[in-house]
Write a protein that binds this ligand. Structure first.
Ligand code: XMP
Length: 514
């Protein structure tokens, strides 16, 4: 993968050897104010230097260093004059390429007390410290020109350096919260060894991206599909800042959005930020197509297909539009590592628009992590509720009405969801709970109200903690708060006589019910 962003800025390249740790390291470097990108191990020294790379970090890998198909790197890299911090697998690769020796590690420790043995710019004046190990091998012979700078208490070599060549290796994870002073080590590498400045800010990102968008687009027109979500909204506001009304947005209301959502998006993005938005009221189209459909997968397919058709109909009315903007973010691209990234990206793109609609893509957020997208939105003056909006599925409330979607059932989910959100907000738990919403399971049960028997719907509440939606734990909402929410829902939402709380994690359940 080519280096994508901040062309003129001094930066760190985190070389991708396939570990998820890559992303964490890249983020930590950026948090320290230095721009970093995850880069393919096949990138040449010349390409790195042209992109103003001033230091390299080699990280872990699922590979074993002596496996025949192990990920390697051109050994020319060690002679390029670029400082290298090699961690875990990265260190083992460096040792094997520079003539050191290792043998298989047989006993595994998660973490070890570690002794600092030598003053270097990376490890300086330290006491013994706990380190989260990243070793698959034991180092038995260090390469020429290197010295040992930290060992375990039983003398296992845990860190080596060739200070003259700025080559450093750690057999533990500096990015792990379990490694004491790990962040300091990373900072020493950035500021004392690579001599970088902390100059990466959102302000600067905006300046550079605005200029880049202007240069790319010229006097042409850009189209953007708005969903009301964080990524597309921030993309819209950023592009608007660059090219004003050369940007047209299409906001499809499929009738499956939450209470007041359409109005809030329009008030903010059109009202406050002046985006030119074509709001398409397509609720009838979607609900007609969903009539009688109960299978969750079929519902999703219908909603997705209809969405593209509505967007397509609108896009065709805008003759002469050359560019399509998308809110693709960095994680969408690097999820499975940079060498496989291009395929992932092409799947993610455009979401199945017909081929005869030929657009050139612009994706201004494609170097940013989610928390950076939020910081960018904040820097652009967007309100907190918009940049911290909880995840919301594309098929919207359509997958929160279990079974057939009808207007009556949608109204129940919409109203109960609004009550839940209001109460979570009033309790100050908005930022603590990753995602929270209501579901209409679709069955009726017996109840009693004003001394009369009722036969009405049940509403389920789902509230979860998660980092990325891949796994989740149900949130321990205070019982008094649950009681209040339940009472309000049964009092205020017609046709609901029972409220239940979903106490299942993911796995075994998914977050959404369909
Ligand atoms: P599940 O239900 O698979 O959801 O545990 C994981 C996360 O993904 C969201 N989700 C979607 N997001 N389009 C989206 O953009 C979808 O079709 C979709 N389905 C689920 C879900 O809300 C949760 O945050």
């Amino acid at each position: 993968m080519k280096i994508k962003g901040m062309k003129n800025l001094d930066k760190i390249a985190v070389i991708d050897f396939g570990s998820q740790m890559n992303q964490r390291i890249t983020r930590l470097v950026r948090e320290a104010g230095v721009y970093a990108e995850l880069v393919s191990r096949k990138t040449t020294v010349q390409e790195l230097k042209q992109a103003n790379v001033k230091g390299l970090i080699f990280t872990s890998s699922p590979c074993h260093v002596d496996a025949p198909d192990a990920f390697t790197i051109d050994p020319e890299i060690y002679e390029a004059g670029l400082p290298i911090l090699a961690i875990g697998y990265g260190l083992e690769l460096m040792i094997s390429q520079l003539g050191g020796e290792m043998k298989k590690l047989t006993t595994h420790h998660d973490s070890l007390p570690t002794n600092w043995t030598k003053e270097t710019p990376l490890l300086s004046n330290m006491d013994s410290f706990e380190a989260d190990l990243a070793a698959k091998e034991i180092i038995t012979k260090i390469p020429e020109g290197f010295e040992v700078i930290a060992t375990s208490e039983d003398s296992e070599l845990l860190s080596i350096a060739n200070v003259g060549k700025n080559l450093y290796g750690l057999h533990f994870h500096p990015e792990s919260p379990r490694t004491e002073n790990g962040l300091d080590m990373l900072h020493h590498f950035l500021f004392d060894i690579c001599h970088l400045d902390a100059e990466w800010t959102m302000e600067q990102f905006i300046e550079q991206e605005v200029q880049k968008i202007r240069e790319t687009v010229g006097d042409q027109k850009v189209l953007l599909g708005l969903s009301g979500g964080v990524d597309s909204s921030v993309t819209g506001v950023l592009i608007q800042k660059a090219i004003g009304n050369q940007l047209t947005c299409i906001f499809v209301d499929h009738g499956l959005l939450r209470k007041n959502e359409v109005q809030e998006v329009m008030d903010s993005l059109s009202g406050k930020f002046g985006l030119n938005i074509i709001q398409v009221d397509a609720a009838d189209r979607f609900l007609d197509k969903l009539q009688g459909i109960t299978n969750p997968e079929e519902k999703r397919k219908i909603i997705g297909k209809e969405f593209i058709e509505v967007f397509d109909d609108e896009a065709r009315k805008l003759a002469g539009t050359k560019f399509l903007a998308q809110g693709t973010i960095y994680t969408d691209i690097i999820e499975s590592g940079t060498d496989t990234a291009e395929t992932i990206k092409s799947h993610h793109n455009v979401g199945g628009l017909p081929e005869d609609l030929e657009f050139q893509l612009i994706e201004p957020l494609n170097t940013l992590f989610k928390d950076e997208v939020r910081a960018l939105g904040t820097e652009l003056g967007m309100p907190e509720h918009q940049v911290w909006r909880q995840p919301f599925p594309g098929p919207g409330l359509g997958v929160r009405v279990v079974g057939e979607v009808t207007r009556e059932k949608l109204a129940i989910v919409r109203e109960s969801d609004a009550i839940l959100r209001e109460e979570i907000k009033n309790a100050g738990l908005e930022r603590d709970i990753w995602q929270y919403f209501t579901i209409l399971p679709g069955f009726k049960s017996v109840g009693v109200r004003d001394d009369k028997r009722t036969y009405d719907y049940t509403v389920a509440i789902r509230a979860i903690h998660s980092v990325d939606g891949v796994t989740a734990e149900w949130a321990r909402i205070p019982l008094d708060l649950l009681a209040k929410i339940s009472t309000r829902i049964t009092d205020e939402v017609p046709h609901v006589n029972r409220v239940v709380y979903d106490i299942t994690g993911k796995p075994p359940a998914t977050i959404e019910w369909e």
